[in-house]
Write a protein that binds this ligand. Sequence first.
Ligand code: 5AD
Ligand code: SF4
Length: 500
Amino acid sequence: MAQKVYIETVGCQMNVLDSELVIGALRKHGYDLTDSPADADVFLFNTCSVREHAEEKTFSALGRVRLLKRDKPGAVVGVLGCMAQKDQELIRKRAPYVDMIVGTGQLAAVPELVAKVRATREPQLAVSLGRSDAGRNEVEASFVSYDPTRDPSMRPTPFQAFVRIQIGCDKFCTYCVVPSTRGPEQSRPPEHIWHEVRQLVDQGCKEVTLIGQTVNSYVHESGDRKTRLSDLIAGMHDIAGLERIKFVTNYPKDMTDDLLDAVRELPKVVKYLHVPVQSGCDEVLKRMKRNYTAGYYMDMLARCRELAPGVSVSSDFIVGFCGETEESFQKSMELVRAAKFKNSFIFKYSERGGTKAAEKYPDDVPEDVKKRRNNDLLAVQNENSRADHRAQVGTTVEVLVEGPSRREQSALSGGRKPPVPEPASAIMQLTGHSMTDHIVVFDGTERLIGHTVRVAIKDASPFTLYGDVLTDEVVGADVSREPQASAVAPRPNKFSLPLV
Ligand code: 5AD
Ligand code: SF4
């Protein structure tokens, strides 16, 4: 019988993609995926180090697996990703029963390492060089971008995929571990990316999300040819069958006009920019080493909206960073009020060992103050999100239908709906994203899944638009007769936990 692998993923899209690729590789070695730990022979934890909370979650998951492992002496437990790269010693100390520690730049070795553990029962370690261990070229070479041929069955939906265009980060924001856990910034050659996108489209993929820590810093030089993100996008735009191109996450200083021109001019490019500001206070931004002021950010935002009219923008904030006074926090409140983001991700500062901030500045904002600031900022953002969503009522938006809505999925899993497939004509609540990345919910039939439809927006909550699909109208295709091969209900992304 095939051996079974169970994987838990925390963290960003990079980790979700890495897990997909690791599972794809293990499948080629005869493993099956299971979402039940009790059935598993191999337990993998793909980890995140951005905040302490994510690390603690992994340690408690490892604690639970230890109990399972007692009854299964042949089982293999592996820690992958950022914590593996950063905290090998700590993992060995706190969870000595872990068999395999594999850093972000070594994931291609996972199948071989699992086999080694099984053959020898010796612990296996594969991590890349630290950034101060060697010269840049050597460190770069030790972080390998892991982008093998993909296994379409592993994606959250068959028609959406992440594509890594860059690994690592060179910005060294003082609070952030990413430059050490993911190594130096390296852009993949454009030909490799275009080839991967073509392959994905051949497999039925309609939307690609290009990912990088600072995706708009992407630049690849070869001889005297220089490829920027805008050129990369233009080079894949006309692939027949590809409908949408997204890219995340952007760095404010690298938001160049050529990229904004591409967002405006190229119809397949999603009109959405995630550009984290982190704080509205210049002194805080300076201590964070973000290399811009709040004024610069607001000018950049105005330029985004001028050059790409109708674009929606979202942001990240950190509250309670070292030395953040009430006055400096109020500047973040002012910025969030003025910026009118579609939404913001707000985090309480979490001190990370090995960062410049941990070395130089005391973590001096008490936890209850961080919590209060988080809530205050969120309340203002939610007001703006409500207004942003309300403004869409009365418009018609194009939605790539991803599958049953959450309500529909919980009705299915809660047994209030029959588990047998409904006829393709049964009405269910569906969901998808608009071209401005708004979540849209509407009633329709299963046959619409995987297609782009027009939805008239009738109502809005701060986070969701509700509407009516314009009768059986599918943009760019005819599905009025039979469901097509790709019109299958997507699997919920069982191999990943909610993002932290
Ligand atoms: N503490 C809290 N939030 C952090 N982020 C990055 N590092 C930290 C930290 N040490 C946030 C930033 C970043 C997002 C991915 O996580 O807002 O944009
Ligand atoms: Fe971290 Fe800053 Fe790089 Fe983003 S840009 S990954 S916050 S160091």
